[in-house]
Design a protein around this ligand. Structure first.
Ligand SMILES: Nc1ncnc2c1ncn2[C@@H]1O[C@H](COP(=O)(O)OP(=O)(O)O)[C@@H](O)[C@H]1O
Ligand SMILES: N[C@@H](CCC(=O)OP(=O)(O)O)C(=O)O
Length: 393
């Protein structure tokens, strides 16, 4: 079986590679130098082939623990932040030494969730990555663990790497981990678990991912599947593959059926809508009647107050909210034009009544269609058919 390379495999692509702590470190917590060296060689090779490459590297906490002689991952947030501050510097020093051997400049990019939530900082981050590409630099990204506060943490680099891939409009996201692919159940606990090589529709996956990963990893397979949701809905092809053999990235790009590969959704939204869908944390929930669900999901209309049945959450105007049907099934996400207090008063009422109810001339729409992103899994694959023959296995 072979999987066809993506249509433009021969041309320059943007490729994001994420490596987890479990692949970077050996059992005693020391850095796995041979893995790192092969990863660095592979990324340099991709760069020389004309691709733009970003490495998202975990390991700050793990390396910090090894440096300080701690035998298990710290529990408290303050301790984790301090340990990450120790490990991040060491990690970058090792990367810089290895990349320098191959004459490849690198950059450290530390991001927090709020950097990707605020539009201006999101756009700035985009421009920084573009400049780094222009300078032929490989950016190495990690969460800024030392300053990130709990409620605004990514917490795992799987999600962060998918958001970075979406931000830069990547073609590929590779998640390198300590198993060779996704299985029907955790292969450590279930030796009979079936390997999964190709995922066409994430919604069709029926697997057991347990509730955690390896001793030093964060999130296990759950966060890798969340990364797959973000990446594929942004039109990015994703692969989960073994971190012990980073050179497999080159084989996968050439069409080899290694690891687990996820088909990108066709017709992804534009960059601004991807930011709304994935960069923002929704702070409210709007329940819609059937007419409003149809209007936004089938007819491409904006959301009007008349179709809102119930609201939840304490949100301000311009915050992100989730739009769902009466059963709580997510239909879309968007930026809301009213705060929760005003919306409570105008829900179920016609737009022409808004100024009379609120005493000011508000927006005609509650969520304008330019600020609304449909959930591709909820609207159904019949609305966005796969391009015939685009993928073969
Ligand atoms: N269905 C599954 N298929 C493969 N691995 C799974 C599955 N469910 C749970 N896992 C676990 O996920 C782990 C990888 O996640 P994690 O430890 O967070 O890695 P990383 O540090 O690379 O992010 C594997 O070691 C495996 O035990
Ligand atoms: N920012 C943290 C990484 C957290 C994380 O996602 O770890 P992993 O599951 O090993 O990819 C660190 O550098 O330790």
């Amino acid at each position: 079986m072979t999987i066809s390379p993506s249509a433009n495999a021969q041309t320059s692509q943007t490729i994001v590679v994420k490596i987890g702590t479990s692949s970077l470190t050996s059992a005693n917590g020391q850095l796995a130098l041979s893995v790192l060296a092969r990863l660095v060689e592979t990324l340099c090779q991709l760069n020389r082939q004309g691709h733009r490459v970003i490495l998202v590297s975990s390991g700050a906490v793990g390396v910090g623990c090894a440096r300080l002689g701690l035998t298990e991952r710290p529990k408290s947030i303050e301790q984790k932040q301090a340990v990450a501050a120790v490990g991040q510097g060491r990690l970058m020093r090792v990367y810089d030494d290895l990349f320098t051997v191959l004459d490849q400049p690198i950059a450290q990019v530390l991001l927090t969730r709020s950097d990707l939530m605020q539009r201006a900082r999101y756009v700035n981050s985009y421009h920084t990555f573009q400049q780094l590409f222009n300078l032929n630099v490989i950016p190495i990204v990690n969460e800024n663990d030392t300053v990130a506060v709990d409620e605004l943490k990514f917490g795992d680099n799987d999600t962060l790497s998918a958001l970075v891939a979406s931000l830069v409009g990547a073609q590929w996201l590779f998640l390198l981990t300590d198993v060779d692919r996704l299985y029907s159940a955790d292969p450590r606990a279930n030796p009979d678990a079936e390997p999964i090589t190709w995922v066409q529709h994430l919604g069709d996956l029926d697997i057991d991912v347990g509730d955690r990963g390896s001793a030093w990893g964060t999130g296990g397979m759950i966060t890798k599947l969340e990364a797959a949701r973000i990446a594929t809905s942004a039109g990015i092809r994703m692969a989960i593959t073994n971190g012990q053999t980073p050179e497999n990235i080159l084989k996968i790009l050439a069409g080899a059926p290694l690891g687990t590969q996820f088909a990108p959704k066709p017709n992804p939204s534009n960059a601004r809508k991807r930011w709304i869908a994935n960069g923002l944390r929704p702070s409210g929930l709007l329940y819609l009647d059937a007419g409003a669900v149809r209007a936004i999901s089938k007819d491409g209309k904006s959301l009007l107050s008349a179709g809102i049945v119930e609201i939840e959450g304490d949100f301000q105007a311009q915050d992100a909210v989730v739009l769902c049907d009466r059963n709580g099934q997510e239909i879309a996400r968007g930026l809301v034009n009213y705060n929760h207090h005003d919306l409570q008063q105008i829900r179920g009422r016609r737009s022409s009544e808004i100024s009379m109810i609120l005493g000011y001339d508000g927006a005609e729409t509650v969520v304008h269609r330019d600020n609304l992103v449909l959930n591709p899994d909820a609207v159904g694959s019949d609305m966005k058919p796969m391009v015939e023959g685009e993928y073969s296995h």
